[in-house]
Design a protein around this ligand. Structure first.
Ligand code: THU
Length: 161
């Protein structure tokens, strides 16, 4: 038996020190929370996806009375991006959430299902996706989705590699 460790690096920013281009993407994600359909959780999530061609795709969570039929903001945006631009890698994703009349103090972190989907996109285009997680107190930036989900399952695993 041997033990190994997997280290995740997270860059923690004061919001004021975020580079301008990142701040602009975050602002778009924040604005997008207004379009969320979240009557059940009242937790409104907004996402801005920057593609490698400069296009920005926006999305929000879309809930349903049959709860599991709803979809997170990340998947709403990323599936739309991939269906509209199937040949264009995703470069960055910014995520923000609004609840109880304000944005969350701490960075919002995507659920496991969305991490899996984002990781698929990262491997599909062989291009790391910068993940930007906004909170009022601080913002986290990760250099890729893999950092959010070590030992993740990808298509190579299906090949018995
Ligand atoms: N949600 C997202 O859209 N993204 C996340 O990263 C976490 C959760 C949504 C799902 C549901 O509509 C609501 O937030 C509460 O879980």
């Amino acid at each position: 038996m041997k033990k190994f460790e997997i280290i995740t690096s997270v860059l923690e920013y004061e919001n004021e020190e975020l580079p301008k281009s990142i701040r602009e993407l975050v602002e778009k994600a924040k604005k997008e929370t207004e379009k969320a359909y979240a009557p059940y959780s009242n937790f409104k999530v907004g996402v801005a996806v920057l593609l490698k061609n400069g296009e920005i795709i926006l999305g929000s969570n879309q809930e349903n009375a049959a709860y599991p039929s709803g979809l997170c903001a990340e998947r709403t945006a990323i599936f739309y991006a991939n269906s509209q631009y199937p040949n264009t890698p995703v470069d960055k994703i910014a995520i923000a959430a609004f609840t109880n009349n304000d944005f969350t103090n701490n960075p919002i972190t995507p659920c496991g299902g969305c991490r899996q989907v984002l990781r698929e996109v990262e491997t599909r285009y062989e291009h790391p996706i910068t993940v930007i997680l906004y909170g009022k107190k601080k913002t986290y930036i990760l250099n890729d989705v893999e950092s959010l989900m070590p030992l993740n399952f990808v298509k190579d695993n299906l090949m018995n590699n």
